[in-house]
Design a protein around this ligand. Sequence first.
Ligand code: AR6
Length: 181
Amino acid sequence: MRYEINGRILELIEGDITAQTADAIVNAANSGLRGGAGVDGAIHRAGGPEIMRECRQLGGCQTGSACITTAGRLRAGYVIHAVGPVWRGGDQGEAELLAGAYRRSLELAAEKGLESIAFPSISTGAYRYPLAEAAAVALAAVMEHLSGETSLGRVSFVLFNGEIHEVYRGVLEQQIRNGGN
Ligand code: AR6
């Protein structure tokens, strides 16, 4: 699914984020930037050891924020390591932290003057954030960014299977009906 905001594209696709050609791909990282399973494991495996070398130099990244490295052997130019929250029931500031991880990723990409960025569904695997709630936060953060000043012309969500893709599509359609909120 593709949706246009201010002449810029927001798209939902099903696939593996490591195969994306965007200027930056986003990792669902932990605050120690130590690597792990899920998207994080896949990105480090595909990108090679240079990414971890840079992560060690950064030393970590706050939950609700994001940090940037080069992308090793990946086709993307950069990896943006976004640290979403662990779901703890929803009353521990999870929504604000998740929005922060998306917002900071978008800001970092815009600061570098990038044209395209690809996100996975942050926090919805090992960190157990409920999918529809996470999709609502993620899509709202991206729509807000695309309606302001930015170098980004294309933001993609690369969703790992059909079920996740369907949930994001349903939430995006609902937000469009509600006027982008
Ligand atoms: N491409 C796109 N999406 C993927 C891929 C892939 N290659 N692999 C998994 N997903 P998760 P989190 C989906 O667990 O919840 C790690 O150990 C997956 O189906 O990767 O933010 C880190 O080191 C799910 O929808 O990230 C952290 O410690 C989504 O990506 C912790 O897990 C996110 O799942 C972060 O947990």
